[in-house]
Design a binder for this molecule. Sequence first.
Ligand code: X15
Length: 258
Amino acid sequence: MSKYKVILLRHGEGEWNKENRFCSWVDQKLSTDGVKEAQACGRLLREQGYTFDVVFTSLLSRSVHTAWLVLEAMRQEWVPVVKSWRLNERHYGALIGLNRAEMALNHGEQQVKVWRRSYNVTPPPIDQSHPYYQEIYNDRRYSNCDVSKDELPRAESLKQVLDRLLPYWDGTVGPEIRSGRSVLISAHGNSCRALLKHLEGISDSDIVNVTLPTGTPVLLELDESLRAVKPRQLLGDQVKIQAAIKMVEDQGKVKPAA
Ligand SMILES: O=C(OP(=O)(O)O)[C@H](O)COP(=O)(O)O
């Protein structure tokens, strides 16, 4: 029986979503369209009568800004926003900054799909020679995490994302839900996929087929054990949502010549 409702949200489009680059732990801002998506998401949630008591975000600006814009559009700016690196996007390791279509050309579309969507495959790790290494690991936002900087990931499979996310879900987010507070989670494509895998009991092979569009709220109905009791609902215009999912999937294909 459905006892709790939770809204899960992949942030609005970021600048590197637009450029088709693996963004991951690089702190890119929302694009102009991403701002509009977040605002539209807030308006939709308001129209449908949602209210929130607490919002959880990652430490990355695109998920924080999305939360702010959603709350502003809902006229609920006062709602507390709690941030953790454990909701950050999957760490794409050495792939960070690379263009997916170029990678499909160089390594094949199937390999790019394995890197993007498989459960157990970890991309090659980032090292100090990587152009974004210093920017990520010298960032002050990672100075006060619940693990030391040395323990932060250098690359992650989806399974490793779930492994670092679960303690936060079990210890922080879950108790808020159980206490009756209504929760919005503003996070990322793959941190949301990892959470969906856990809550919906999706198999290691089926999670490959789950893709989330940007700026689209996902309604989850959970039982008292915080397990999904019905299929997730992506809220909004279903034709546009399917087109947006296809667009994300197609990012991993070789770009046809102009
Ligand atoms: O930063 C990313 O995700 P985000 O836009 O949800 O934060 C990743 O680059 C998403 O890439 P993917 O869709 O190839 O897994």
